[in-house]
Design a protein around this ligand. Structure first.
Ligand SMILES: C[S@@+](CC[C@H](N)C(=O)[O-])C[C@H]1O[C@@H](n2cnc3c(N)ncnc32)[C@H](O)[C@@H]1O
Length: 174
């Protein structure tokens, strides 16, 4: 009987923990100007082909979510830097990097991308809502070095002409 009660207690504890984590995740995102939506696999292929990363280059993802773009960039031989404000997503992306054996090639900053160091970036990834794009355009053009490639997912920069686009993915050069 005591054994069964212990098992039951452990199951209830795990379920409660899971609910608390999910609650924290969704509540946190509700207050963000830019909530979490992960990029689909097919789009990641287009993003990576537009980014044309070379070994040793640095890619920065502004709002790196669960780290899927960071992992793809690191698999291309780049050093991938993420800025992510949701601590749960930072933990998930660090875990992803670890299980893929890419921890040495990925760094995730638990801080706002508005403070990102973009001077180091050869490539920048942007995936944001339409209303945030004017501010992000300004940030990227002010902080990136000339020649930086910027790959934008879904909502284009309002004031710049992309070099090319395909299926809602846009490539710009600063
Ligand atoms: C649309 S998702 C993109 C996720 C990822 N880049 C991808 O393509 O799968 C935007 C992410 O930005 C994060 N975010 C929102 N505001 C942020 C901020 N000021 N600084 C850093 N990250 C932020 C959200 O938590 C979310 O994970």
């Amino acid at each position: 009987m005591a054994f069964l009660l212990t098992i039951l207690f452990i199951i209830v504890f795990i379920l409660l923990l899971f609910i608390v984590i999910l609650f924290f995740f969704f509540i946190f995102d509700l207050f963000l100007e830019l909530p979490y939506v992960g990029t689909k696999r097919k789009r990641i292929e287009t993003i990576m082909s537009f980014a044309a990363l070379k070994k040793g280059e640095t890619a920065v993802d502004l709002g790196s979510g669960d780290g899927r773009l960071l992992i793809s960039a690191a698999q291309k031989g780049a050093f991938a830097v993420g800025y992510e404000i949701n601590p749960l997503l930072v933990a998930i992306s660090s875990f992803h990097a670890k299980i893929k054996g890419l921890s040495d090639h990925i760094s995730v900053n638990k801080s706002s991308f508005w403070k990102a160091d973009l001077k180091i970036a050869d490539v920048v990834f942007v995936y944001a809502m339409r209303k945030t794009m004017p501010k992000l355009e300004k940030l990227v053009w002010e902080k990136c070095s000339k020649g930086t490639r910027v790959v934008v997912n879904t909502n284009p920069f309002p004031g710049k002409k992309p070099q090319k686009s395909k299926d809602g993915i846009y490539l710009y050069k600063v």
